[in-house]
Structures are given as structure tokens and as C-alpha cells.
Design a protein around this ligand. Sequence first.
Ligand code: NAP
Length: 250
Amino acid sequence: MNLLITGASRGIGRATALLAATRGWNILVNYASDSLAAEITVQAIEQAGGHAVAVQGDVSQESDVLALFDAMEKHFGPTQGVVVNAGINATSMPLSEMTAERLRRVFDTNVLGAYLCAREAARRLPGSYAASDRDRSPSIVLLSSAAARLGSPNECVDYAGSKGAIDTLCIGLSKELGPKGVRVNAVRPGIIDTEIHASVGDPERLGRIGNQTPLGRPGSAEEVAEAIVWLLSPQASYVTGTNVDVTGGR
Ligand code: NAP
């Protein structure tokens, strides 16, 4: 069982890689620039008895996305699972202050990148399990965000909108791929303790917003990983087109 995770060098992607490896998945750990973090993730998986390989690639570049899927086939064989996780945010500000360059960067990574990865998964996942693996179905998990339904006013309406596109992709692609035996689901994290918050220039945000959730704290990357790995598993065999909130009730 081979699982490609975009943006798995850090944060939610890394936690998913570590957990999925303990459930028997071979992992392709994609990263954009932090090769050291990606190697540390691979080493942690291998020290725990799993198998992983780190592959650099910018998900907003079509040639890089094709190369990622090719690398998976070369190292491990056909891809049976894809977690479309790589994503970025940017400094908090109202839309009226955002430059076209910033908007392009956020949409290129979060929308174009996610759609390219999902498209490639749609091409390669059908039929990726042997006929003898009747209880397993190939599966795609997309990373949305609670921002998609909150809108993130005065902070990042661009990021929020990019995640709205992911919610819609989940609905449409699950209907396209269901008849081909491929499940497509999304996870909507809330305020999760990862390095992404440093990118919005408001380090207090994690605690400030996280502590106001009904559960009274930010979430961990490991708590999001549990939902992702469940969606990939045979235990979720009748789940498709669903969006799982992991938000502490926010
Ligand atoms: P993170 O800690 O900032 O990690 C981001 C990961 O994505 C890194 O591995 C990074 O690689 C990779 N990446 C960034 N741009 C890329 C690109 N163009 N091509 C390939 N890889 C790229 O982020 P996170 O908090 O774990 O977030 C993971 C996903 O969950 C994102 O889609 C995010 O929008 C979503 N999410 C997060 C939260 C939260 O509170 N943390 C909430 C809702 C949704 P490098 O290490 O090489 O830079």
C-alpha cells in the first residue's frame, strides 16, 4: 500500500506520514524546500520499521506533480492513496490590501496545486489495488480548512476561498471517481499547532483563537492525522464525498 502525501516534511503532513507508516503504508514524503525536515520525517518512519522516501516538488508546477507520481511508482509501485495536503497562508490583512502577487501565490499552491495533484490521482488510482484486495479501495484525502466556512475576514479571505475550492472539489471528484471505485474525502482542520501560523505574522493567533473553541485549546497535527488515516482505511470503506471537521467545535 503506497501513500503519496504532499507537504509531508512538517506539520499535519508529517504527522499523517508517521501515523500512516505505522498502519502499513509506504510513504512518499513530498516537500517544497525544507529537505532537512523531509529527511528527518523519513528517518523517523524508517526507525519505526516503516518505508519512506523524500521527494522535492512544487505542487503548483505540473511537471513536478507528474514527477512525484512517477517517483512513487519507481520506488514503491502503483499509488493507492494520496493526501493532498501542501498548503500555504500569508500575512493577515483585509482583501483591499492584498497584492495580485500574493493572491496568485496562495491560489497557485492551494488551488492549482491541489487540483493538479487530485487530477493525477484521478488518472492513476483507479484499479491500483489487486483484485484480491477486495476490502480496500484507493482513496484521496484533501486538506480543506474551517476557514472555508468562516471566511477569515481581515485575515486571509484568499486562503479561505482557496479552501472553499477544495470543498467543492471533494463533492465533484467523489462523484466522478465513485463509479471507478475511488473514494474522495476532505478534512477541515480548525486552529492546529503547526508552523503555518508563523506565516500570517501573528504568533499569538494559535492560542488566542484556539482557546476560544468549545474544547478550549488548539488542536495538534496528530489529531488531524487520525482523521486522515481513518478516511484512507478500509474502516471508511463506505465514506466518500464527506468533509470531516477537526476543529474542536469551532
Ligand atoms: P505547515 O506546517 O506550514 O507545512 C506545510 C507543508 O507544505 C510543508 O511540508 C511544506 O514544505 C509544504 N509545501 C508548501 N508549499 C508547497 C508547495 N508549493 N509544494 C509542495 N509542498 C509545499 O502546514 P500545516 O499547518 O501542516 O498545513 C497542512 C495543510 O492543512 C494545509 O493545506 C493547510 O492549509 C491545512 N490547514 C492547516 C491548519 C492549521 O491550523 N495548521 C488549519 C486548517 C487547514 P516545506 O517544508 O519544504 O516548506
